[in-house]
Ligand binder design. Structure first.
Ligand code: PLP
Length: 450
């Protein structure tokens, strides 16, 4: 759309009145977006962007998927909202479809408005059923921005609000590229990370630990794919010490990794799975907790102490039903797996060969992370962990080149994440890889000999 005057007016309202997340308000310039379809969105100045970020890694089905839009319109014309204590057709169907894809005996769904409150409730359930206070959460994790989930989060966004009041103890999850355990193979990393976790449990006191909360593939911290055996090992530790295993699949669930849930890659069944984002691509806010039969049964006769006005909102659930049905009927999850195996994975690995600034490529499905470095041998990051705005300049140059060429990437500190919609076509993915090839040449300029 070409209407720069409208773009300017939107920008003026935004700058005057919208208070943005995570930002120093004077230092941002949000792009006014006019529309979006499929893998693209566009502004009011005639620029179109290939969405390699899926916004906040949430539009798994792409922008404006017609069947999902139609389902929301149909639902809006019939019943926009109804309080959570009523039964509702779309709410029930969404819960059933989610349960059908969930592993093991996870069969009931508590709906929330997004990912953070899903984690809040999962942790509350774990504390109630165990009668224990503490939660173990990983360094290099993101679990949300409410009070408790900010404390559970293991990234620098926690630091300004961390009051140390949430009974959280922390552990290192596997990250072979920057191993906390001086491991050099996946097998070593797996064994040492599990031994470390066991020691944390033993030293914290097993009888004090309600839950281990972890992202099966940590997303924002770098698309950290665990070595084979790690999640099964966590499951075994949870069983041994009576700890509830909570898998935060808010980012990695619903097709992102080329499976319905990331835990499916290793056939691991957690006690609770939290979800949001991809469940309906965020067309209407929705999240939730998928609950095992054992934990759900704890609340058969005693009330669950928690709820939300919009729990199971019909518009959001109608969008979830249409999304899950479309994903099922059209093989969208399988397509995401294919795209990862045949286009993104090989394409990114060959970019890594060509560009010395790429230290490592890791991922699966439509969930990839590139670790950008100044030196491959020392693995010095292109910009430091918790980089300030000034330190981020080299990454900003990479992003600027991408945007100039019409690609919208996702970045976090020294990492570039390739996280397009599951519905992206092969030719769109290749178009994005070509632009990344140019952008990585910008990063290469910062490479120094070790
Ligand atoms: N958990 C994970 C793994 C996430 O990536 C996010 C958001 O990015 C959240 C929780 C929080 O979700 P929300 O922003 O919907 O509250």
């Amino acid at each position: 759309m070409n209407d720069p005057d409208r773009g300017r007016a939107i920008r003026a309202d935004d700058r005057a009145h919208v208070f943005h997340s995570w930002s120093a308000q004077r230092h941002i310039d949000p792009l006014p977006v006019a529309g979006a379809a499929g893998s693209y969105f566009w502004d009011y100045d005639g620029n179109r962007y290939l969405d390699f970020s899926s916004q906040f890694v949430n539009i798994n089905i792409g922008h404006g998927y017609p069947k999902v839009v139609a389902a929301i319109v149909e639902q809006a014309s019939r019943l926009c909202t109804i309080a959570p204590h009523f039964a509702n057709d779309r709410r029930g169907e969404a819960a059933r479809l989610i349960a059908e894809h969930a592993p093991g005996d996870l069969d009931k769904v508590f709906f929330t408005n997004g990912g953070a409150d899903a984690n809040e409730h999962a942790v509350r359930m774990a504390r109630l059923v165990t009668g224990r206070p503490k939660v173990l959460a990983a360094y290099r994790s993101y679990h949300g921005a409410t009070h408790a989930t900010m404390h559970l989060t293991g990234d620098p966004r926690r630091w300004p609000t961390d009051s140390g009041t949430e009974a959280v103890a922390r552990f290192f999850a596997p990250y072979l590229y920057r191993s906390a355990f001086h491991a050099t193979t996946e097998a070593e990393e797996c064994a040492r990370a599990l031994d470390h976790l066991k020691q944390v449990i033993q030293l914290e006191g097993p009888g004090t630990i309600a839950a281990i909360l972890l992202e099966p593939i940590a997303g924002t911290p770098g698309v950290l794919v665990p070595p084979p055996g790690y999640l099964a090992g966590v499951r075994a530790l949870c069983d041994r010490y009576g700890v509830v295993m909570i898998a935060d699949e808010v980012m990695c669930g619903f097709g992102r990794t080329g499976a319905w849930f990331a835990v499916d890659h290793w056939s691991v069944v957690p006690d609770l799975i939290t979800f949001a984002k991809g469940v309906n691509s965020g067309y209407v806010p929705l999240g939730g907790v998928i609950i095992s039969a054992r934990i759900a049964s704890e609340f058969d006769d005693r009330p669950y102490p928690g709820g939300l006005t919009y729990s199971g909102h019909p518009l959001a659930c109608a969008a979830a039903v249409a999304t899950i049905r479309a994903m099922r009927e059209e093989g969208i999850v399988e397509h995401a797996a294919w795209l990862g195996d045949h286009v993104l994975g090989p394409g990114l690995r060959s970019l890594a060969e060509a560009h010395p600034a790429v230290g490592e490529v890791r991922g699966l499905g439509v969930f990839w992370g590139l670790e950008l470095v100044r030196n491959r041998a020392t693995r010095q990051m292109l910009v430091p962990y918790a980089a300030t705005a000034a330190q981020s300049a080299p990454m900003n140059e990479v992003v600027a080149l991408c945007r100039k060429r019409g690609l919208w990437p996702f970045t976090n500190f020294n990492r570039l994440h390739v996280v397009p919609p599951c519905t992206m076509t092969e030719s769109e993915a290749r178009e994005g890889l070509e632009i990344l090839d140019e952008a990585l040449a910008v990063a290469d300029r910062h490479v120094v000999d070790g």
